[in-house]
Design a protein. Structure first.
Length: 322
């Protein structure tokens, strides 16, 4: 019964957050200056504009417009992306199919690469707290965390694309074009996003590892003659990774913001560029549906992180059991 109540409470929280986020973005896009109908069809007559506003739903009040949009979303209708001057309208779903794989691969590679680099660096610096290696690494990470992603991207383009010609500075190649072309097109964007992530993950995990290393159960494990590697990975890393897990889950949603700029720098037609173009062109339905998609993914990542807490730390399971 208790478990069922927890699940119900969590689902209610998810629904409330989605409603607040989507309604908030609805208010914001309706406050934008200009009219979508006149933007898409600047030479339409007043009668034609009236028909278009009725078709888009912008002739309704804010609440009626939002309820109508929610009803369509539940039916799987995420709206259309209308072209300027009466061009053919494309469904938002079709636009997502083109843009989403780029952003998903970019975020996936960034998170995996950042964690693979941050975890061993944090383990080494925490175990050697106060040493020269720890001080140099901490200072370098602090400096890297202060550099914007786009500045890192431009620097990488200048070095690896302009000076040495090793990688292409722009463009994206899917897997069907070949594995090597796909990897080459993603190296620079992933590195641009990963540098700041590695610095943040390493500093967070290092602080938690140092605190855990001072716990009594670590001293007991050491007194049993266990190796340092076994103690670090088996006894120290798991309870110290909760903050890292939370940050990684939160950054999966936050990476969309960084991906917008990086996709522009490297000319990647991903979800970030699609959202930016939708805002600039007053594509109300595209903006609302895309933000709702990002919000749902953001919540899903955090729910998964919360579930993994109990797997990584038995103390969380015991607390939930009580």
């Amino acid at each position: 019964m208790k478990k069922f109540q927890n699940i119900t409470t969590r689902l209610a929280q998810v629904v409330i957050i989605l409603v607040l986020v989507t309604f908030g973005i609805t208010v914001l896009v309706r406050l934008l200056p200009g009219d979508p109908a006149s933007t898409y069809f600047p030479y339409a007559t007043p009668e034609e504009l009236k028909v278009l506003r009725r078709e888009y739903g912008t002739d309704k009040n804010l609440f009626a417009y939002y309820i109508d949009w929610v009803a369509k979303v539940f039916r799987g209708d995420f709206g259309y992306y209308y072209s300027v001057n009466g061009g053919k309208a494309l469904s938002v779903t079709a636009m997502w199919k083109q843009a989403m794989p780029v952003s998903l691969w970019l975020m996936f590679y960034t998170v995996v690469f950042s964690l693979l680099c941050a975890i061993p660096i944090a383990m080494i610096t925490a175990f050697r707290e106060g040493s020269r290696v720890d001080r140099i690494t901490s200072n370098l990470l602090f400096g890297f965390s202060a550099i914007p992603n786009f500045a890192i991207g431009l620097g990488l383009v200048f070095v690896f694309a302009v000076q040495f010609g090793l990688l292409n500075p722009v463009g994206y190649h899917p897997w069907r074009d070949g594995a090597w072309l796909h990897v080459k097109s993603m190296i620079l964007p992933v590195l641009s996003l990963s540098v700041g992530q590695i610095a943040a993950y390493t500093r967070l995990l290092r602080a938690d590892l140092i605190a855990t290393l001072k716990e009594d159960f670590v001293a007991m494990a050491s007194s049993k003659g266990l190796s340092n590697r076994w103690i670090l990975w088996r006894h120290v890393f798991r309870p110290s990774s909760l903050t890292l897990l939370t940050t990684a889950a939160l950054n999966m949603g936050a990476l969309i913001g960084g991906a917008v700029i990086i996709e522009v720098v490297f000319a990647l037609n991903g979800l970030g560029m699609f959202l930016q173009a939708s805002i600039a062109q007053r594509q109300y339905l595209a903006v609302q549906s895309t933000v709702a998609l990002v919000a749902a993914a953001f919540i899903l990542f955090n729910v998964c992180a919360d579930i993994l807490y109990g797997v990584l730390d038995p103390r969380v399971r015991a607390h939930r059991g009580r």
